[in-house]
Design a protein around this ligand. Structure first.
Ligand code: SF4
Length: 327
């Protein structure tokens, strides 16, 4: 058994400064990813800094129309908050499509952003895995790579999908991640927060050492928009996406005047489909257009031995979502 130190922080500054002690530290919030991976010996902290007593549990409207979410707001609270239900339906739907009620009660907004991959080779603790053990190789590329492996944003070093549903909706909405660290407070655009695996799959996000997520601020909602999250999976609950889409559109009669499209389950990070959005704006809501937009959303996809089905499935999850949303 490995031992580790435990510290409880009362403020972000205290949490950050307690990270300055030697050894590998991790912030503990809901623990729904971290504690699993510590038990599996995949994450090996020398010290856990418990941040559950920080005052980061508010959901607040800002004067400019945006909504600021504390990092410790639970997934359940976020999905059911009146502001989110009224203006960001796609976010509420995405959160409720993920995990189970018990997990959503514990899981936090910041923790969901920091979720680790579900690749079996990463979690088994022994297979070659560049993410867990840099330079060891990627067992998934020549191994079993069906459900939690990507066709977009992959590299020869890692092909694991990003597992979050919440982050797909936030990618479509647009958001900023506020982080606090030894050098002060800074904002990271949500679309830049998660990194592609490239040559360095062990680097998963844009946080600098010891930085702590304090808030996620959603962009102001598009006026008169409608939105929906559609998730396709092997089992209808408590299962990760094979392909999902978060779609937001504004319509003038039958014509689409604004569009946001993001995909999950098919890419190594929450995937904004900008080309598909451009192709949709100005078009009439019609089945042929939606089929073309679904194809555009999956441009550049590359299949591996067991996951070629994700390319047509990704096209379908966009096409179907658009069709239902505009019906
Ligand atoms: Fe590791 Fe990524 Fe390969 Fe999975 S896909 S074994 S997480 S390097």
């Amino acid at each position: 058994m490995r031992t580790f130190d435990y510290a409880r922080a009362q403020s972000p500054a205290q949490a950050i400064s307690s990270h300055a002690a030697p050894g590998q530290p991790f912030y503990l919030a809901g623990g729904t990813t971290l504690l699993d991976l510590v038990k599996l010996d995949v994450m090996q902290p020398d010290r856990l800094v418990d941040i559950n007593h920080l005052t980061l549990k508010q959901i607040e409207p800002l004067a400019d129309g945006r909504v600021r979410i504390g990092a410790l707001v639970s997934n359940t609270e976020l999905a059911s908050h009146p502001l989110i239900l009224a203006h960001y339906g796609v976010l509420s739907q995405a959160i409720l499509a993920g995990a189970s009620t018990q997990l959503r009660n514990k899981a936090t907004t910041g923790g969901n952003v920091m979720q680790r991959v579900r690749c079996n080779y990463f979690r088994d603790g022994i297979s070659p895995c560049n993410k867990r053990n840099p330079g060891s190789g990627c067992a998934a590329i020549g191994g079993h790579n069906r459900s939690v492996h990507a066709v977009l944003g992959t590299s020869e070093h890692c092909i694991a999908t990003h597992p979050s549903d919440m982050c797909v909706a936030m990618t479509a909405i647009g958001a900023q991640v506020t982080v606090q660290g030894p050098n002060g407070v800074r904002e990271i655009p949500f679309s830049d927060f998660h990194l592609l695996p490239g040559q360095t799959p062990w680097l998963e996000h844009a946080l600098q050492p010891h930085e702590l997520i304090t808030h996620v601020t959603l962009d102001a909602p598009l006026a008169n928009s409608r939105s929906a999250y559609l998730k396709l999976r092997d089992r209808d609950s408590y299962q990760f996406a094979l392909a999902s889409s978060a779609v937001i559109v504004v319509m003038d009669g039958q014509r689409i005047t604004e569009a946001r499209i993001a995909l999950g389950g098919v890419a190594t990070k929450p995937w904004r489909a900008l080309e598909a959005e451009r192709a949709l704006v100005g078009q009439k809501a019609d089945r042929e257009v939606f089929t073309q937009v679904g194809n555009d959303a999956m441009q550049g996809a590359r299949a591996y031995e067991h996951n070629a089905f994700k390319i047509p499935l990704g096209q379908q999850v966009v096409t179907r979502n658009l069709r239902d949303l505009t019906a």
